[in-house]
Write a protein that binds this ligand. Structure first.
Ligand code: FES
Ligand code: FE2
Length: 465
């Protein structure tokens, strides 16, 4: 294999060594240097609304219990018993005041505190032998939330989540803040695909170019009126700090008219206006851009589309009530260098009407999730790409990911000025691979960082580890 620095230099120039999409050695490096540091999404707070609720999630090989403890605080607890290392919680979701280890019966409160240790006195001589008091399941090194999205980082010295997300928060709000009442989520649906995790993240970050080709059948049956080549080309891509995405250009109109065009109801529009900033509203109302797919580095993606859930006039530019928007959060959880577990959640504003929630859920299921038509189209490409990237010839090919750049690195299309795109970061209209390059530049930067060090936890003993 070419040296790491040569691979990373090529990536930074927009020429992607094809084998990075199926390379075990690089995956080991990703584990050590990237997933050991970056903030990784694990759950949404609305999945654990009540005290005692929990879900079990992974970051690569590490299992965590994401629980709401009896004080209402969110915890991320390494799901490994302090005794002999058994997985403490085997269920995927539930409500519990305590978790009892199946192996020898140690038990822990839902905040992680060790409370039950059978035969503590007889077997250990009580506290003198094993200090039970103040022991807890090992917490995730860093925990942060934004709009109810729960992230953890394996780095105890991770910069605050807010700094990590940076200006991408402006765009995150479109997907995750549509009223003061927060989100309701359904799912996740989970399934495995034989594809490298980076491909999905790149695709959602900025691949407007694939939509008319890959999703031809979706356009043909009239499920979605937007993805024709012409309409996709009029959209803009944006990138801000840790993430970026794609947009569609909407027909002329006010903020309200454009929100109605994609299917938001008037009560929702009123609530949205109450929580989106002036600039966020201007992006839609003045600039005419509606956010669509996006990715937040490293492996979290979003999609917001507005398919036709009922038969209607497929060519009409005005919404006749048959179009409904949906939002999905998705996670590309790496299993190996050539396999990914996909997590796909449907999310909707909790204050939306029952009618809207039902229709929006239907819209989501038609498009994404394990049976979604967009999903099926996409994944076939990604599996095939991953397979082809495994061989020796792929090591001799640098994929050209420079769309939108001339050979001297000047842009094909000038970036949009702030008065035409009222969001932070940089944005440009038309087909380009700017966001895929931004995502992989971050990837390259992380792969050059040293592995973070952390002192081991040594429960029960006063002696240093
Ligand atoms: S491994 Fe959990 S109680 Fe022994
Ligand atoms: Fe797609």
């Amino acid at each position: 294999m070419a040296g790491h620095s040569e691979i990373l230099d090529n990536v930074r120039s927009g020429m992607i060594p094809a084998h990075i999409y199926n390379d075990n050695e690089l995956f080991e490096l990703e584990k050590k240097r990237l997933f050991s540091r970056a903030w990784v999404f694990v759950a949404h707070e609305s999945e654990i609304p009540q005290d005692g609720d929990y879900v079990v999630r992974r970051v690569l090989d590490d299992s965590f219990i994401i629980s709401r403890d009896s004080n209402g605080d969110v915890r991320a607890l390494f799901n490994m018993c302090l005794h002999r290392g058994m997985q403490v919680c085997r269920a995927e979701i539930g409500n519990a005041s305590n978790f009892r280890c199946p192996y020898h019966g140690w038990s822990y409160r839902n905040d992680g505190r060790l409370t039950g240790l059978p035969f503590h006195r007889e077997a250990y001589g009580g506290e003198a032998g094993f200090r039970k008091n103040s022991q807890t399941l090992v917490p995730a090194p860093s925990l942060g939330t934004y709009n109810g999205l729960i992230f953890i980082s394996m780095d105890p010295d991770a910069a605050p989540l807010e700094d990590f997300l940076g200006d991408f928060r402006f765009y995150l709000d479109f997907y995750t803040k549509q009223s003061r009442h927060g989100l309701e989520v359904r799912g996740p649906q989970r399934w495995r695909i034989k594809a490298n995790w980076k491909i999905g993240a790149e695709n959602f970050a900025g691949d407007m170019y694939h939509t008319p080709q890959t999703h031809t059948s979706v356009v043909e049956i009239g499920l979605f009126r937007e993805p024709t080549a012409q309409k996709r080309k009029d959209g803009a891509t944006y990138w801000a700090h840790s993430g970026g995405g794609t947009t569609y250009k909407l027909p002329p109109g006010t903020f309200e008219e454009r929100m109605r065009y994609v299917g938001y109801t008037d009560d929702m529009i009123t609530r949205i206006k109450g929580v989106w900033t002036t600039e966020q509203q201007r992006l839609v109302g003045e600039d005419g851009f509606m956010i669509s797919a996006a990715s937040c580095f490293p492996n979290l993606s979003f999609v917001h589309n507005w398919p036709r859930v009922e038969d209607g006039d497929p060519d009409g530019d005005q919404n006749d009530g048959t179009v409904l928007p949906f939002t999905s959060i998705r996670l590309w959880q790496p299993v190996s260098h050539n396999e990914t577990e996909v997590y796909s959640w449907f999310v909707v504003d909790s204050a939306a009407s029952a009618w809207f929630k039902k229709k929006s859920y239907k819209a989501y299921l038609m498009c994404f999730g394990s049976t979604g038509m967009f999903e099926q189209d996409d994944v076939e490409n990604w599996v095939s790409l991953t397979n082809t990237a495994a061989g020796s010839m792929a090591r001799r090919l640098l994929l050209n990911s420079r769309m939108g750049l001339l050979s001297d690195d000047r842009p094909v299309v000038e970036p949009l000025p702030l008065e035409s795109f009222h969001g932070p970061g940089h944005a440009q209209v038309g087909y380009n691979e700017s966001n895929q390059r931004e995502l992989l530049k971050l990837w390259a930067d992380y792969l050059e960082l040293p592995e973070p060090s952390a002192a081991p936890t040594a429960p029960g003993t006063a002696r240093p580890a």
